[in-house]
Design a protein around this ligand. Structure first.
Ligand code: GLV
Ligand code: GLV
Length: 323
């Protein structure tokens, strides 16, 4: 094979097969993420890097991979990738936007609905044999007529907005800039503070950046309604975990539902797991068979184009997506 490709962890069979048609593949097969030292023997003459575990792609790694022509990752988020460092080395980086939008919106809205109606608590209760005459689960809350506040109104946020509207919710949102198509979205732009104080349900979908890291802390939880539901389907580090714990424990807000946590995975003895008013799932926003396959195949396609020196289909640092 003409090209040498390093894969940092698990990869779906269809994507692996696509890569193997044109590349010699070196894949890290241990369950734990590789260190740079683990990969450096392969990286020194690698043409492509397929990032399938959450490792940091930084200056140090790029320096160990002087021949690298492309990096692809089967995810929409890329907070683990130093994009500026890739760009300065003229290495295009490809993520997988688009293909996971509806799937991730289903999960985010599913968390909201499940928490609001206590679906998970009901099932625990039934399974524990507590469904007896006269026994009753605590009531949930309605979605209809409530205000849904979306922080990070990208493609996924817009898809969550549609789901909220179908349930009779009013949608407000905050972004760095208002969207030009907000009339089509039927969603109202508001300031971050306004969203915090007005929303009954807050859904976070903003990418993790230096600006968004820790953007939900003690001050932000203090501005929310005591009846507020807080849903995070973005990245765990957008939230100050201790501040969220404190807010839930003090009933400063009503409930949280999380697809992402900081740290991740969440250790089995983590204090968040002791709270009664929380629902946590293990970062499964895009985890359907169809979507994970689409993501893996798109990432493989980006990688194969990149090693050939052709433009990637979905490139983050478009200024180097030429060759
Ligand atoms: C998952 O979190 C992704 O970024 O695709
Ligand atoms: C996903 O594709 C997004 O941009 O939100």
């Amino acid at each position: 094979e003409k090209y040498k490709v390093v894969i940092t962890g698990r990869v779906l069979p269809a994507a692996l097969a696509a890569l193997e048609t044109q590349c010699q593949v070196y894949r890290w097969e241990q369950p734990t993420a590789p260190t740079l030292a683990d990969l450096s023997g392969w990286l020194k003459d690698a043409d492509g890097l397929f990032v399938s575990t959450n490792i940091a792609v930084n200056e140090q790694l790029l320096a160990a991979a002087p021949r690298l022509k492309v990096i692809a990752q089967p995810a929409v988020g890329y907070d683990n990738i130093d994009i500026a460092a890739c760009t300065s080395r003229k290495i295009p980086f490809g993520n997988t936007p688009g293909v996971l939008v509806e799937t991730t919106a289903d999960l985010a809205f599913g968390l909201l609905l499940t928490a609001a109606r206590r679906i998970h608590e009901g099932w625990d209760w039934v399974r524990a044999g507590k469904w007896q005459p006269g026994a009753q689960l605590p009531y949930g809350v309605d979605l209809y007529g409530k205000t849904l506040g979306i922080v990070g109104m990208g493609a996924i946020g817009s898809a969550v907005a549609r789901r909220g509207q179908a349930s009779g919710m009013k949608v407000i949102y905050n972004n760095r800039t208002p969207r030009a198509d907000q009339a089509d979205l039927k969603a109202e732009y508001c300031t971050f503070d306004q969203l915090l104080s007005e929303a009954d349900f807050i859904v976070v979908l903003t990418p993790l950046t230096p600006e968004s890291r820790g953007m939900f802390g003690a001050n932000e939880f203090a501005k929310m309604k005591p009846t507020a539901y807080f849903i995070n389907a973005a990245r765990g580090a957008v939230v100050d975990t201790q501040a969220l714990y404190n807010a839930l424990q003090a009933k400063q807000i009503a409930y949280a539902a999380l697809d992402v946590t900081d740290p991740e995975p969440l250790p089995a003895d983590h204090p968040l797991l002791q709270l009664p008013n929380i629902l946590i799932v293990p970062h499964i926003g895009s985890a359907t068979t169809e979507t994970r396959n689409r993501m893996a195949l798109l990432a493989a396609e980006n990688l194969l184009l990149g090693v050939e020196g052709k433009p990637l289909v979905t490139c983050v640092n478009t200024e180097v997506n030429y060759r």
